[in-house]
Write a protein that binds this ligand. Structure first.
Ligand code: ADP
Ligand code: ZN
Length: 735
């Protein structure tokens, strides 16, 4: 008998080892990390079986070291990883490594941290109630402590007090009003009183939705909270979480991008204080480890995180919420190409708990799942605070569209709304000044040397920039194209809109949100603060303004350009446009004023655009689903994409052509469509050249069967031809 170990390496098999030196076989657990000899060195791996059969005639090596004394994962997470490894055809060791924070993917042992918390004493309570306490800070601190059984430093940090609370605490401890306790984190389960923080009274529709969700709340089920923008979905989530807290259960909330959903995190913290953990790509490794640990041992009761949070083991998970379930960022594009939303559903099934998918614009696959009865729809059709939806209007700009992409009608509307005391959002999904610069004389337009893409003109840097790899070229250099260069700009970006708006409305205060102006969550928070305090009249931004913003002052949203999206060849791009338009439009009319949305287009008769704008997302989605069915596209078929990377174009293509031939020889070949290789439109920086091949099949099982059958063959071919490749099951992009 031996131990099988999934090594953290891109290998599809597990490896057999003997137990370590001393006989500790009973100390081995599935999910435990070990340090094992591997090749010429050592690697970290995870035990996947403690009594597998040894392969005869092979001399096994011993496990060098046990890194953990127990499994740090839950059985459910191990099952999830095994499922994901099969579904996405990804090596088990690498898949399992997702379940650990970066610092534990190395040879590092975990120590139970010593935590400190504070409780109010009887003496303290008396002092507080009798009014004997005098200092304002002391009273503030003591009244918070009085409402919770115990609090830790995180809880206090969440208050964002404008004084430092530690000295105050020290004084109060000396008076024996507060007791300090030390404990190992495993011993504390901190479920705060869920009704202390800020709370709104749900309106009748929200209350109905809450009741429907809670109806069958013990066990697996997928509920789609299909609520228009501003319908108060977040409040419903918080009520659910409060209920779970009172039952001693944890919650997991997935959000698209935490930097953009900062507002939501603040709301959760205001309600649930320090028991909220946040996890996203910008957290430090040490923070990630702390949060991971807190979730695993139960000291954190609510986890808000981006897609990778789906891998965090939780002690007593009660439900999963996936907010904005339609968002593309739930799909990982490289490596293990998983969908955080789909794994959330799978995890809920494994854990036998409910999962709530929330959106104002659910993905077409989710809507199809509602129609087939697999998911339950729970609608909220009315906004929470205002009675009316914003009025939408499609504006024809085919006959000239004025300055910086702003048509006459939009310019008038801006003036009108701002003088009536409103704020304005202008949306354009392109940063920089102009997407293209061309020489009138010789016709040259500059492209990036490494990515072969158009360089975008940024006036502020006086340079042309590749939006893909960041390479810069000075304008001066760009004018070396011919003897009498005469450069002019084509198209518009946010920088240009900002410039034109400032010229048109010199008295108004203009802000810009895009990746050039907002580098980190702090910048964004500062901008939010300014919007909330009415220090900005007009906000210009890319898709960063589409998500999550909830400001009551905004009465006008102008969408500057929609047309480029209408003609993309990707089958999902129209759905994305519908979601984006609906979401951006939803940012306005959240206060007392009537909201207005102006959508500029050169295609005012376009059927899809009219459907989205005048009939709404729900109506659009049913038309779009019929179209998908007619064309046999997902969700009425299954897709997989193979991406081949190489330094030479022909090599990547040749790899895919070999693969195509092999697949076409298969007995089920007539039921599978395999495309010829095409050049990828998007690829990560380090990749020199990427080719794609699409596989499509009416039945998922067939496609999955074909992939399972060939995966080892593909791997061998890649090694032989020195081509790196990625398999993307259910791709978000086919470009
Ligand atoms: P969604 O997540 O559906 O876009 P939110 O939960 O962000 O909506 O709610 C939109 C706004 O309405 C927020 O400012 C929220 O505080 C407020 N709100 C939600 N529900 C209520 C309610 N029942 N009473 C008063 N205000 C509410
Ligand atoms: Zn480039």
């Amino acid at each position: 008998m031996c131990i099988s170990v999934a090594v953290f390496a891109p290998l599809r098999t597990t490896f057999s080892y003997l137990p370590p030196e001393s006989d500790v076989s009973e100390k081995l657990f599935i999910g435990q990390r070990v340090w094992v000899p591997f090749g010429r060195g050592f690697r970290v791996g995870v035990v996947t079986s403690t009594n597998c059969e040894a392969t005869p005639y092979i001399k096994l090596k011993k496990i060098a070291e046990l890194l953990d004394t127990q499994s740090l994962l839950t059985a459910e997470i191990i099952e999830l990883a095994e499922w994901a490894s099969k579904y996405y055809h990804h090596p088990i060791g690498e898949t399992l490594s997702h379940a650990f924070p970066a610092s534990l993917r190395k040879r590092k042992k975990i120590q139970a941290p010593v935590n400190i918390d504070w409780t109010i004493t009887g003496l303290g309570r008396k002092a507080l109630e009798s009014g004997e306490l005098k200092g304002k800070r002391q009273i503030e601190l003591m009244s918070q402590l009085a409402s919770f059984s115990s609090m830790n430093a995180n809880d206090f940090k969440a208050f964002n007090w404008d004084f430092s609370w530690r000295p105050v605490m020290k004084t109060l401890m000396q008076k024996n009003f507060i007791l300090q306790r030390k404990y190992h984190s495993h011993s504390r389960v901190a479920f705060p009183n869920p009704n202390i923080g800020k709370r709104v009274n749900l309106n009748s529709e929200q209350a109905d939705a809450l009741e429907k969700i809670q109806k069958q709340f013990n066990g697996y089920g997928v509920k789609v909270l299909y609520g228009v923008t501003g319908s108060g979905k977040t409040e419903v989530y918080m009520e659910l979480i409060a209920r779970l807290l009172s039952e001693g259960k944890q919650s997991l909330v997935l959000v698209p991008e935490v930097t953009l959903t900062e507002q939501i995190v603040q709301r959760f913290k205001a309600r649930f204080q320090g028991s909220v953990g946040v996890l996203h790509s910008q957290c430090k490794d040490s923070e990630k480890l702390d949060v991971w640990n807190g979730c695993r041992n139960g000291t954190l009761s609510v986890l808000i995180g981006t897609r990778s949070a789906i891998w965090v083991p939780m002690k007593t998970l009660g439900a999963i919420v996936v907010d904005e379930e339609h968002d593309v960022s739930y799909k990982q594009q490289e490596g293990l190409a998983y969908s955080g939303r789909d794994l959330a559903i799978k995890r809920a099934q494994i854990e036998n708990i409910p999962v709530i998918l929330g959106s104002a614009t659910p993905s077409l696959e989710t809507i199809a799942n509602i129609s087939s009865g697999r998911f339950e729809e729970i609608p909220i059709n009315r906004r929470a605070k205002t009675l009316s939806e914003p009025v939408r209007e499609l504006v024809d700009i085919s006959k000239g569209r004025g300055d910086g992409g702003l048509g006459k009608k939009l310019i008038e509307a801006i003036g009108h709304h701002v003088s009536a005391g409103g704020q304005v959002i202008l949306f354009l999904n392109r940063r920089g000044y102009a997407p293209l610069m061309m020489c009138r004389n010789c016709g040259t337009h500059q492209i990036c040397r490494s990515c072969e893409r158009h360089l975008v003109y940024h006036k502020r840097f006086n340079a042309l920039v590749c939006h893909h790899c960041g390479e810069k070229m000075s304008v001066e250099k760009a004018t070396n194209c011919c003897k009498s260069p005469d450069l002019f700009e084509i198209g518009i970006g946010t920088e240009q809109v900002e410039e034109k708006v400032s010229l048109l409305f010199p008295k108004l205060r203009v802000g810009r949100v895009d990746r050039d102006s907002v580098k980190n969550p702090k910048d964004l928070q500062e901008l939010f603060r300014k919007i909330a305090n009415r220090e900005i009249d007009i906000l210009i931004g890319t898709q960063m303004v589409a998500k999550g913003l909830d400001f009551s002052g905004i009465t006008l949203v102008g969408i500057i350009d929609t047309d480029s999206r209408l003609f993309s060849v990707d089958y999902k791009s129209e759905e994305r446009l519908a979601q984006l338009l609906t979401q951006v439009a939803g940012r306005c009319g959240r206060g007392s004023g009537q909201g207005k949305v102006l959508i500029q287009s050169r295609q005012p008769d376009n059927f899809v655009l009219n459907k989205i704008i005048y009939d709404g997302y729900r109506s659009y989605s049913s038309v779009a689903l019929k179209e998908r069915e007619r064309l046999g596209m997902p969700p009425f078929s299954a897709l997989a994409l193979i991406k081949a990377d190489s330094s030479i174009k022909t090599k990547a293509d040749k790899f895919l052509i070999c693969l195509r031939e092999k697949l076409m020889k298969n007995s089920n070949a007539d039921q599978v469509f395999v495309s010829y290789p095409i050049s990828a439109f998007f690829s990560p920086k380090r990749v020199k050249y990427r080719s794609l091949m699409v596989m499509q099949c009416q039945r998922r099982v067939l496609l999955q069967g074909l992939l399972s059958e060939h995966i080892s063959w593909i791997e061998a071919l890649g090694r032989k031809m020195r081509v790196r490749w990625i398999l993307d099951v259910d791709p978000e992009d086919t470009l």
